[in-house]
Each structure stands twice: as structure tokens, then as C-alpha cells.
Design a protein around this ligand. Structure first.
Ligand code: GDP
Length: 435
């Protein structure tokens, strides 16, 4: 997917615009799967072209007294990581010094930049908007985030300027694609180095679907896999700022491009907000997930047992808790083989197909014993179910009154399914539909 970053100073209406972009699609997705919506990252689609959107502003807390330097770094990161940048300004305020700062950075960039003048709610504002030509970014789009006017033209242009994605040629037996993600200093590079070594058994370099994500094929401990490397991890100097935004921005492309995400966390710091953001990013993209608690060599084992540690993490990632958690050390090379084995297992779990007859044989008696609770005196009958032929596990249950099936029952079904089949580390979708 192409990645579009929305930048601009606080309170210009970035999040309203962001919500508008992801709404059309997400509203549909959310209502059936019950996925929690992320404030800052979502998928959008226009004229049949899908892209990911990141609202950089959503990651800034207390955005009123935001430092200029902060915005600057955000814009720089967006320039590095995104395929197109939407720069939002506010017609009520006119051009501010901060807008000029941002424009200065953007003028040097080769990537598509779209200047959006927001809050253009009437004809007078339309005249005021003209001053934004002075930013030196060329033609602008005036929109009203409130009413949505002007968004259509903007989106037409946006999907037109997004780079073409090369066709992904499916291999006959595709190798698992893994990515290693985590916040700065969690030990990602150390883990990768410990795993593949300096000698790097590189078989081939396959250019990925985008300029930045590169698959490199490895053979380690008898496992063949592709490691998705991003320029972000490979090339960039360490980011000092320990902000949620950086981790997410740096992980999006790698996560979208992989099958299984190895989320490295720093044992000495625990599972924190940033780790959670990356976890939900992977979950939202329906990728396999393995959590690697790194630097376990540094943890005093008397005070913190693996069991306590594991329980804490599972609390943080609820309700999707069926995820392998391993305690490793990139430094002493502890359990690296296990980490790889688990990643391959999660990949297989995610690929598995359950035959419709077996699935019905198993699930229908469970449903019969515990049917969905009747609603408004109406009984809900489920007669038939099946796994859909989708890349990620999705199951559909055909019912007379699917709209009456509530989330707790969905979770009950999901738990039963996970008890019977190994979907460890794999997000699954369950739908109820009219036969
Ligand atoms: P990255 O930013 O996630 O790629 O993190 P690095 O791999 O650069 O590691 C950050 C720091 O943690 C470095 O100083 C590493 O030497 C150290 N480190 C990484 N893994 C371990 C580990 O398993 N144990 C210990 N004690 N230190 C580690």
C-alpha cells in the first residue's frame, strides 16, 4: 500500500480530515468485525485505489503548546517514510510562521505534496485562500473538513499522484515474510544481527512492492524466510525521541508488507504505550504476531518470573491474547531458534484452511449447546458455517437473524475456535450473515 501522511500545525483540522478519509471504508469494516478504530492510522480507498493514511498530529499530546521543533521532526519523518504528503493549513488563521517553516521543508521534497486549505466554508473564505499561493507549493485545494466539500477533487488528485504499485508476483510456495518491529533501542538490530549473523546467508535480493521495503531471503536453522527490511531500520540514524509517532511511522510499511511481525520489546522497560501502538497496527492489518521480550539477560529472575511478566503483557493486549510471548536475549543469543520456529508456526497457523464439513461438525454442536441468546423474543438459529477463502482467517456463520448476534457471543465463538484449532498469534475475523 501507498502511505499518505497528513502534516500541519495543531488545530488546523487534520484529524477531522483524517476521519473523513478513513470513514467510508472503516465504517463498513468496523460494523462487521468490531475492530477498534485507531485514531491515527487507517486505510482509505478512492477510485478503486487503496492507501494507508497517517495523521501525524494525532500522536502529539497537549497539542496547543507544541514545540516548533517537534512539528519539524514530524514533517521530516513523514517526508522519509510516506509516499505522498498532505499539508493542511487553516484559512481562518492565514499563513503562520510555522506554516512557512513546514512549507520550506516540503518545497525541497521530490514526493507528491498536496496543499490543503481547510475551513473554506463560504465564498469569502475562498478569496482569503488565495494567499496560500505564497507558500510556494503551487496549486492548493480548498476544502471544508466540516461539510466535506472539496474532498472529492482532492482525493482524485491524490490517487492520481500516488506512485504505481508494482504487481506482486505470487510465488508458488511463498516464503514467510517476517518483519522485526519495536520502539527504538528495544534491540531490533541486535536481534536481526544475532539471527542472521554478519555473514548473512543471502540467497537473493528481491525488490519488494515498494521502493523502501525490501525482502531479503534467508536460510537459518533450516528455515527459509524473507526478512522485510525497511530503509527506516537499515539506513537511518537512531531516533533519540522516544515518541509513539516514530515507532508507528517507521513500522507501517514493514508491517503492511509482511505476514508475521516479530514485536521486540525491551524487558527492562516493560510493555508500554508505544509497544501497544505497534501491536495494534499489526493486529489491525491482520498480520501474525510474536512478542519477543528481549534483554531477558538483564532481568533479575527472582523479582520477575516469566509467568508474571507474560500475564502483564496479556492484560495489555486483551482481548486478543492468544499470542506467543518469548523471552529472549539478542546479546547472549538465548532462544533465537525458538523465536524463529514460533514465527514459522504462526505463519502456518495463519495459512491453515479448515474443511467446511469438519468445521460444521465441530462448531454446530457447540452452537447447539450454547446458542446465541434470544433477542426481543426471537430465537437466533445458526445452520451452517465455513471458512472463507481469504488470505487471513475469516469465518462466516449463516443465521436467520445475524444482526441480533452480539459481540460477547462472537468472542465466545472465537474462543471455542481457538481452543479447537491452533490460531496462536493470528487475528481472526468472524462474521454472521443471512443465509
Ligand atoms: P534497535 O534500536 O531496536 O535496533 O536496538 P539495538 O539493537 O540498537 O539495541 C539497543 C541497545 O540495547 C544496544 O546498546 C544493544 O547492545 C542493547 N541490547 C540489545 N539486545 C540486548 C540484549 O538481549 N541484552 C542486553 N543486555 N542488551 C541488549
Amino acid at each position: 500500500n501507498n502511505i499518505v501522511a497528513i502534516v500541519g500545525r495543531p488545530n488546523v483540522g487534520k484529524s477531522t480530515f483524517f476521519n473523513r478519509l478513513i470513514q467510508r471504508r472503516e465504517a463498513i469494516v468496523d460494523s462487521v468485525s468490531g475492530v477498534t478504530r485507531d485514531r491515527n492510522y487507517g486505510k482509505s480507498e478512492w477510485n478503486g485505489k487503496e492507501f494507508s493514511v497517517i495523521d501525524t498530529g494525532g500522536y502529539i499530546k497537549g497539542s496547543d503548546d507544541i514545540f516548533e521543533g517537534e512539528i519539524r521532526r514530524q514533517v521530516e519523518l513523514a517526508i522519509d517514510e510516506a509516499d505522498a504528503i498532505v499539508f493542511v493549513v487553516d484559512v481562518e488563521e492565514g499563513i503562520t510562521p510555522m506554516d512557512e517553516e513546514v512549507a520550506k521543508l516540503l518545497r525541497k521534497v521530490k514526493k507528491p505534496i498536496l496543499l490543503v486549505v481547510n475551513k473554506v466554508d463560504n465564498a469569502m473564505r475562498e478569496k482569503d485562500a488565495v494567499e496560500f499561493y505564497n507558500l510556494g507549493l503551487g496549486e492548493y485545494f480548498s476544502i471544508s473538513g466540516m461539510s466535506g466539500s472539496g474532498t472529492g477533487e482532492l482525493l482524485d488528485k491524490l490517487v492520481e499522484v500516488l506512485p504505481e504499485m508494482p504487481e506482486v508476483t505470487e510465488e508458488v510456495e511463498p516464503l514467510p515474510r517476517f518483519c522485526v518491529v519495536g520502539r527504538p533501542n528495544a534491540g531490533k538490530s541486535s536481534f536481526i544481527n544475532a539471527l542472521i549473523g554478519e555473514d548473512r546467508f543471502v540467497v537473493t535480493d528481491i525488490a519488494g512492492t515498494t521502493r523502501d521495503a525490501i525482502d531479503t531471503k534467508y536460510n537459518r536453522f533450516g528455515f527459509e524466510f524473507n526478512l522485510v527490511d525497511t530503509a527506516g531500520i537499515r539506513r537511518k540514524a537512531k531516533v533519540k525521541e522516544d515518541l509513539e509517532f516514530y515507532s508507528v511511522m517507521r513500522s507501517v510499511r514493514a508491517i503492511e508488507h509482511s505476514d508475521v511481525c516479530l514485536l521486540v520489546i525491551d524487558a527492562t522497560r516493560g510493555f508500554e504505550g508505544q509497544d501497544q501502538s505497534i501491536f495494534w497496527l499489526a493486529e489491525k492489518n491482520r498480520k501474525g504476531i510474536v512478542i519477543l521480550v528481549n534483554k531477558w539477560d538483564l532481568v533479575e529472575k527472582d523479582t520477575m518470573s516469566t509467568r508474571d511478566y507474560e500475564r502483564k503483557i496479556r492484560e495489555e493486549i486483551a482481548p486478543f491474547t492468544d499470542v506467543p510471548i518469548l523471552f529472549i536475549s539478542a546479546l547472549t543469543k538465548q532462544r533465537l531458534l525458538k523465536a524463529l520456529e514460533t514465527a514459522v508456526e504462526v505463519f502456518e497457523n495463519r495459512k491453515q484452511r479448515i474443511s467446511t464439513s469438519k468445521f460444521n461438525e465441530l462448531m454446530l454442536p457447540i452452537i447447539e449447546a450454547t446458542p446465541p441468546p434470544a433477542l426481543k423474543g426471537k430465537y437466533i438459529k445458526i445452520k451452517y458455517c465455513m471458512q472463507l477463502p481469504t488470505p487471513t482467517p475469516q469465518f462466516v456463520f449463516f443465521a436467520n437473524l445475524p444482526q441480533y448476534v452480539k459481540d460477547p457471543y462472537k468472542r465466545f465463538i472465537e474462543n471455542k475456535l481457538r481452543e479447537q484449532y491452533n490460531f496462536s498469534g493470528v487475528p481472526i475475523d468472524i462474521y454472521f450473515r443471512q443465509k
